[in-house]
Design a protein around this ligand. Sequence first.
Ligand code: SAM
Length: 250
Amino acid sequence: MDDRVPQGVGRRPVAEVWPVTDDGDLVERARFDEIADWYDAWVGDAPGVICEQDPRLLPEGLAGQRVLDMACGQGRLSRELARRGATVVGVDLSPRLIAKARAAETADPLGIHYTVADITRPARWWDGRPFDGLVCEMALMDIGDLDGTLAAVSRTGRSGAWFIASLVHPCCPGSEKGLSSWPPEEGYGAQGWWTSPAHNPDGARIRVGSYHRTLSTYLNAITKAGLRLERAVEPPAPVPTLLVLECRRA
Ligand SMILES: C[S@@+](CC[C@H](N)C(=O)[O-])C[C@H]1O[C@@H](n2cnc3c(N)ncnc32)[C@H](O)[C@@H]1O
């Protein structure tokens, strides 16, 4: 076994990761709460992969569009969408990141509404008004319930709504400085949450781990949720480290 990789990588029992709340709900642990200050300083106000990798990914005119930023973190992409004219709702599990998003909104109001909630449970955060577009910037590999996330896209997006997600490429190494997107000694097929002290020391994965899923798991989940994949983008690199998926709700 590779001695850089600790015991316990790969799958972990769900109960360790998803504590039960007072009302009997299973809620995913807000891992980013513990690193909120670091994460906020790390990403800053750069809008992220969706905006940076291909300017044509987001629709040109966002004025008048109601857009959901799923797992919005401290709101960097929410702010960019609002600056482009969208009416934005941001939802994230981490109270500390949402506090930072709200502080930025107070300092420079853009009309963004932020909620602390599990994105997979629209009944907890959705007001029933459908979204024209939805984004999920670098978060699918942080959310335990992929089907629930995509079901939330279908439930809260209007007919024909666009959905764009960026994620760590599930097939290829995450960084030449760190490990691949999947537990190396278990292989590509070992789906589940994992972490390793040998990840890129400058990045998020060494701090919070991630859920590895195969590419077919992502593609099949998109179809199962009633979404159509319209375009995939792999930013140019010797080995692609990122993947952007552009979909449309039926
Ligand atoms: C890598 S961060 C990305 C944050 C933001 N989209 C950005 O680009 O800065 C992943 C985010 O997913 C959030 N998250 C994880 N599980 C979630 C869930 N079930 N519901 C809502 N947010 C979740 C985390 O709290 C964290 O803010």
